[in-house]
Design a protein around this ligand. Structure first.
Ligand code: GDP
Ligand code: MG
Length: 177
């Protein structure tokens, strides 16, 4: 069995649901609360590519304070895709996405020099108190070079697999049958 390794990042404000998203995607479960850990964690999901090949997705999660630090350059290195996440009930987390995207584009590219492909996820769409409108998300996504955007609910397991399956980097692990 040949194994390809792919590094994917997830960034966004604290408490938007990044760790929950990875946990749901990798293990299929939702935990009500998470312990905040320091530093960077990564989770692994193994996907079947073909009879003879598998892809190991290494999904990197900035734990702790999610602050902008000089650490991010190291964290971004070698990534082939990035999820930028915000909480649809928290407008400041939406505004932060601009900074995350700029920081990523300033510090890292694909080996070809092209920007790292990004998707924008509006999480917690199960909550009634939505403060960010679909129109403003769509406009922001288009103006800032995101491949696409989606509403997700990690709690209700809405669009978690879909977001990862239809991400721009999934061409690397989706066999073209
Ligand atoms: P992180 O700081 O971005 O890693 O956020 P966490 O994954 O630690 O989640 C922060 C809080 O939001 C936790 O209490 C989660 O249970 C909650 N949470 C995560 N996703 C959702 C969601 O889709 N809906 C709701 N209602 N809560 C969520
Ligand atoms: Mg976290």
């Amino acid at each position: 069995m040949k194994e390809h390794v792919m590094k994917i990042l997830i960034v966004g404000d604290t408490a938007v649901g990044k760790t929950s998203f990875i946990h749901r995607y990798v293990s299929g479960k939702f935990k009500e609360t998470y312990k905040m850990s320091l530093g960077v964690d990564f989770s692994v999901k193994v996907l079947r590519w073909s009879e003879k090949e598998t892809v190991r997705l290494h999904i990197w999660d900035i734990a702790g304070q999610d602050r902008f630090t000089s650490m991010t350059r190291v964290y971004y290195k070698g990534a082939l895709g990035c999820v930028v996440m915000f909480d649809i009930s928290d407008s400041s987390s939406f505004l932060k996405c601009h900074q995350w995207k700029l920081d990523l584009d300033n510090k890292a590219t694909l080996p070809s020099g092209a920007p790292i492909p990004c998707i924008l996820l509006a999480n917690k769409c199960d909550l009634p108190e939505r403060v960010v409108t679909a129109d403003s998300i769509a406009e922001f996504s288009k103006n800032n070079g995101f491949f696409t955007w989606m509403e997700t609910s990690v709690r209700d397991n809405r669009n978690v697999d879909e977001a990862m399956r239809f991400s721009p980097w999934s061409i690397f692990y989706r066999p073209s049958w």
